[in-house]
Design a protein around this ligand. Structure first.
Ligand SMILES: C[S@@+](CC[C@H](N)C(=O)[O-])C[C@H]1O[C@@H](n2cnc3c(N)ncnc32)[C@H](O)[C@@H]1O
Length: 297
């Protein structure tokens, strides 16, 4: 017997408009079919407003993610009230995202400066503060006994030497160039103990994600922000390195979302003498922990 209709209920928004049909078998999120379609798009070509004290406070970090984008991802992989972990929390993009859509968040951040900024932002914005711990996730998570419904995080990188940057008045694609000068710029590090080499970076990610895997419920998702990069005359497919690390742990790669921040300024290197990509997008890799019987212990 076709029981499709028995499984579906129509949902309405606060104004009484139909949100479409919610399938009672939906174990992933609170979306109706109509809403679900948008969450599977592989490109998000969007900028976000400078909200939640971005200019005054969160900007100091340099790697902060828009809480509204985090909320969008969290709403795709959780239901209201569920628990979301960010083991590399920074100034709290994930945690503010949780608060915005009524999920519970727990964050771990090694640098107390970023934790203090997150707390200050919550006070100034008068929003609920999610749980945040100052500590090293590699150590703290070993003692964490709760199970989480979703992991949303954003990886740090290793400390890089200075690179030659062509800085001029190029701003956005299509704008006329008025001149070029070069400066030495250093890729920003978020804490003093950041990995010094790519191998140390791999080790850090392995140690953090092995604990993430343990605390994530089976069949649940883990989404990771990461950018590929051009460094020392070659392109580093960090998305591939990260996938290898997570697959070795037991995660299954389910897809990638490209976040193209259309308002992002170009990163200019080598203009007029060598071709170096101006990277204006990031990846959000989506992994899943297999069901219990197939999962690595
Ligand atoms: C890319 S940033 C995350 C930014 C964050 N998504 C936000 O919106 O603010 C990565 C963060 O991981 C932190 N970190 C690095 N190693 C860590 C560790 N072992 N344990 C906890 N946090 C760590 C860094 O200090 C940095 O703030």
């Amino acid at each position: 017997m076709d029981n499709t209709n028995n499984n579906k209920i129509e949902l309405f928004d606060e104004l009484g408009e139909s949100r479409g049909f919610y399938d009672k078998r939906n174990k992933i999120n609170d979306f109706t079919g109509k809403e679900w379609i948008f969450s599977t798009k592989s490109v998000i070509p969007k900028s976000y407003p400078p909200s939640f004290q971005l200019q005054k406070l969160r900007n100091q970090h340099g790697g902060q993610k828009p809480p509204e984008l985090c909320a969008q991802l969290i709403s795709t992989f959780t239901k209201e009230g569920q628990l979301v972990l960010d083991p590399l929390a920074g100034v709290g993009g994930t945690l503010i995202g949780c608060t915005l859509i009524k999920r519970r968040g727990i964050g771990i951040e090694i640098n107390p400066k970023w934790v203090n900024i997150y707390k200050k932002v919550c006070k100034l914005e008068n929003i609920k503060e999610e749980e945040i711990i100052v500590g090293d996730s590699q150590i703290y998570l070993k003692t964490y006994t709760n199970e989480v419904d979703f992991i949303l995080t954003d990886v740090p990188y290793w400390l890089m030497d200075k690179v030659e940057k062509s800085k001029g008045t190029y701003k956005k694609f299509g704008e006329k160039a008025k001149g070029i000068y070069s400066e030495k710029s250093k890729l920003k590090s978020f804490n003093e103990n950041a990995p010094k080499t790519k191998d140390e970076w791999r080790k850090l990610l392995h140690n953090v994600f092995i604990e993430c895997y343990r605390v994530l419920k089976p069949k649940k998702y883990c989404a990771v922000f990461i950018g590929n990069m051009y460094y020392k005359k070659k392109y580093h497919l960090l998305t591939s390195d990260l996938t290898q690390i997570l697959e070795n742990i037991g995660f299954v790669l389910k897809g990638e979302i490209i976040w193209y921040d259309v308002a992002k300024k170009l990163h200019l290197y080598g203009i007029n003498y060598s071709w170096i990509p101006s990277i204006v997008h990031q990846f959000i890799l989506i992994f899943r922990k297999p069901k219990a019987e197939n999962a690595k212990k």
